[in-house]
Design a protein around this ligand. Sequence first.
Ligand SMILES: NC(=O)c1ccc[n+]([C@@H]2O[C@H](COP(=O)([O-])OP(=O)(O)OC[C@H]3O[C@@H](n4cnc5c(N)ncnc54)[C@H](O)[C@@H]3O)[C@@H](O)[C@H]2O)c1
Length: 386
Amino acid sequence: MTHYRIGVVGLGQRIAHVLAAMQEVGWSLDVVAHVDPAPVGAPILATAGIRSGRPCADMAELLAQGPFDLLMLGAPNHLHFAHLMQALDAGVPIFAEKPIVRTEEETEALAWRLSAPGTPPVFVGLVMRSLPIVREVQARVARGELGDVVSIDATEHLPPEHGGYLARNWRRKQEWGGSYFLDKVVHDFDIFGVLAGARPARVASFGGRRIFTPERKDPPRTWEDGSAAYALRDAGWAGANDAFQSDMDVTDHQVAMVEYANDVRLSFHANSHVALTERRWYVAGTEGTLIADLVRNRLMVRRALHRGKPEKIDYGGVTADAHNGADQAMALDLLAALEGRAAFPVTPYDSLEAGLTVMAIDRAMDERQVVDCAPMWARYDAARGI
Ligand SMILES: NC(=O)c1ccc[n+]([C@@H]2O[C@H](COP(=O)([O-])OP(=O)(O)OC[C@H]3O[C@@H](n4cnc5c(N)ncnc54)[C@H](O)[C@@H]3O)[C@@H](O)[C@H]2O)c1
């Protein structure tokens, strides 16, 4: 088996967890060097028994420690584009965290760069693509088990501690994270595009901040047993101390509607502070209906004209990190892709298109208008040269 020499740019919690999952599923690896001013993920790596390699000041110093078999990029979202451009020039396979980039301009520039000959492979951490339940949903829809998909209703509702972390971490600021939706639910909109089988034609959205705001009068700050709330994790790079008194400028709840080019219609509801958590996709087709419960890792399907019990599949393996084994599944997919045994389940173009979908949704919210996506797709296709 190949021993992988890995360079990391942005050794945060995410890359540390992915590296730990890679080792867990059998990768032979060394982190040779990393660039990170204050690696939040170092304790996670240490717990996994992986050394974090030589600390480097920048990508040039890191690349001088080569050769590398893989570069892993996991800095905050506003740095993704610059890091990707440097890594692409190095010609080494890249694992890049989502959202692949943060703005429409970066999307077009990256689409153009990716079309250059000799570009190394780019594997994007849209980790839900590797989950068995998500693969099953995609396969059943592709096989036509639901007939034609007509409409989709979906949610992602986070527990208070998770929302409180987002309100303190760098994700609270548009200039670093992009938006609540871009950072948190680009995964879901990536899959919705696959299920719909078309690109969004028109989008609308409403959202704002009504939970994590300084205007709220004395929000409760303790759990029923008296323990402190909103203190789950160290807020990390550029963190704020208090979830309610920070300079947050992204939404803490948001709804969106999408009409795809083939007339599939979707509604989406997200809230970052709920007592009953949910990540659920309800897919209604002409001949059947499916509910994917991504929190409990359960799938339920029934044909429209069937009176018997619905088919239920319980995938089990529910984990405290809410990833339910997706990181390990993605680590296996990444190894298979690098060894040429299978294509990685998501392409960089899929990632760019999911990102653009969410950016259009955020624009609709900001402008309080229905956004016609056609000009955006035309600019993107032109950048790709198609
Ligand atoms: N696929 C998933 O399910 C998933 C889950 C969580 C996070 N992510 C993505 O992973 C990325 C990192 O998120 P995270 O939760 O690990 O954040 P984090 O705050 O834990 O880590 C970010 C790291 O980047 C470092 N950093 C800051 N400036 C840097 C620079 N100039 N050069 C190099 N490193 C720099 C910080 O010091 C920190 O260690 C984000 O893009 C996020 O969207 C993906």
